[in-house]
Ligand binder design. Structure first.
Ligand code: NAI
Ligand code: MG
Length: 366
């Protein structure tokens, strides 16, 4: 059949990197004989300016009907301070999309590209051989816990609060996602929490341990406290494989592991409504680079498109069930980096178009 892809560039460099990603998507689909139908629409500030909402009902409906959704990035100083009453789904288009799609399994790989090991932002002895996958719970925890808000206290001070909460079922399903991912990789899960001081952390640790023991005895499981984990991963990332974390800690560790790939612009992500199992394509996943809209460099043609292009690779692997196409894209990226090309965030001078063209030229079916 034909895979339906909804492409939402978003704001600032978002549309620039999504245009690059779509070129790769079309060429790889051609080369691997996959039929794709691509539709483009607005999200974030771009949607606000036209429709007065950050995500229209029409876009939400198209997203629910799509096989895969490619997103650039949303936000910017023009819109970040718009205050409208109502739930977070009204104030943040990307969050609305995540909730509409019921995605909770955020996969964020980061690896040391051999071709980059001798270049500037790297400490080769630290990152050589590192190949990590952050599995972040992306639909619960402190970012969504209720109640939340602000109140004025009797003494005139303001109190702001939110709640860190997890249910057993939420932890079970994301734990399975991490163990499944580990089966296709190094076979090793490290689960991060603050079970020493947080009740939700205790439930997290007990639940992950039980799922591991009962359902995945073939996978090695280790638990680390989040604060120590930041040190341990930064010191020796090559000693880790899958890093499982809740919504908040997963947010933090995702940015930390970006050092392994040399720049934020290198990092892809897939956020899925199910576990990714080899040979079982998942419909309705959201694929996006982990970086934001980078207003400081937008419109200059210098944005690094690799994080988006690698997100397209994840789309072929998890959304279309074609890991060979994903490997072909990764190999093309590796060849281009090995040839010495690099965008400014990796210390080079090559722009979005130059990098993208080079990747397209180096794409060969394996
Ligand atoms: P950012 O990731 O947009 O930028 C941080 C730094 O990294 C900037 O110096 C930027 O130029 C650079 N950078 C990021 N992506 C790059 C790329 N592909 N190529 C080259 N350089 C790149 O984070 P920041 O500045 O905190 O946020 C900017 C806007 O993006 C804000 O409105 C924020 O809310 C939004 N944002 C959106 C996200 C999303 O759509 N998923 C995620 C994070 C932030
Ligand atoms: Mg973040």
């Amino acid at each position: 059949g034909t895979f339906k892809v909804l492409a939402l560039g978003g704001d600032h460099i978002g549309p620039e990197v999504v245009a690059a990603g779509l070129q790769v998507l079309r060429q790889v689909a051609d080369q691997f004989g996959v039929a794709v139908e691509i539709e483009e629409d607005l999200l974030g500030g771009a949607s606000w300016d036209v429709h007065g909402t950050f995500c229209t009902d029409a876009v939400a409906a198209k997203a629910r009907a799509a096989d895969a959704i490619l997103v650039g990035a949303v936000g910017g100083p023009e819109w970040d301070n718009i205050r409208i009453a109502g739930p977070i789904t009204e104030t943040d288009g990307l969050t609305r999309l995540r909730i509409e799609l019921d995605v909770y399994n955020a996969l964020r790989p980061a690896r040391a590209w051999p071709a980059l090991l001798h270049r500037t932002p790297y400490r080769q002895e630290v990152v050589e051989g590192a190949d990590l996958l952050v599995v972040r719970e992306n639909a619960g925890g402190i970012y969504y816990g209720e109640p939340r808000g602000r109140e004025v206290l009797g003494d005139g001070q303001e109190r702001a609060f939110e709640i860190s909460e997890y249910r057993t079922g939420e932890v079970e399903r994301i734990a399975r996602c991490a163990f499944e991912a580990a089966r296709g990789r190094g076979g090793h899960v490290t689960s991060l929490d603050k079970s020493n001081v947080m009740e939700s952390g205790k439930l997290w640790r007990e639940t992950v341990a039980r799922i591991g023991r009962e359902e995945y005895p073939d996978i090695q499981l280790r638990h680390l406290l989040m604060d120590y984990a930041l040190f341990a991963v930064a010191r020796a990332p090559q000693e880790f494989d899958v890093l499982l974390a809740d919504n908040l800690f997963g947010d933090l560790i995702s940015d930390l592991v970006a050092v392994v790939s040399g720049a934020l612009g290198m990092l892809p992500s897939a956020t899925l409504p199910a576990a990714a199992r080899v040979g079982h394509p998942v419909k309705g996943g959201l694929y996006e680079p982990t970086h934001g809209s980078a207003p400081d460099i937008s419109g200059q043609g210098v944005a690094n498109p690799i994080g988006t292009i690698l997100s397209v690779a994840m789309m072929f692997e998890y959304g279309f069930g074609l890991p060979a196409a994903a490997r072909a894209i990764e190999q093309a990226v590796d060849r281009v980096l090995a040839a010495g090309l690099a965008p400014p965030d990796l210390g080079g001078t090559d722009g979005t178009a130059t990098i993208t063209q080079a990747i397209l030229r180096n794409l060969h079916p394996i």
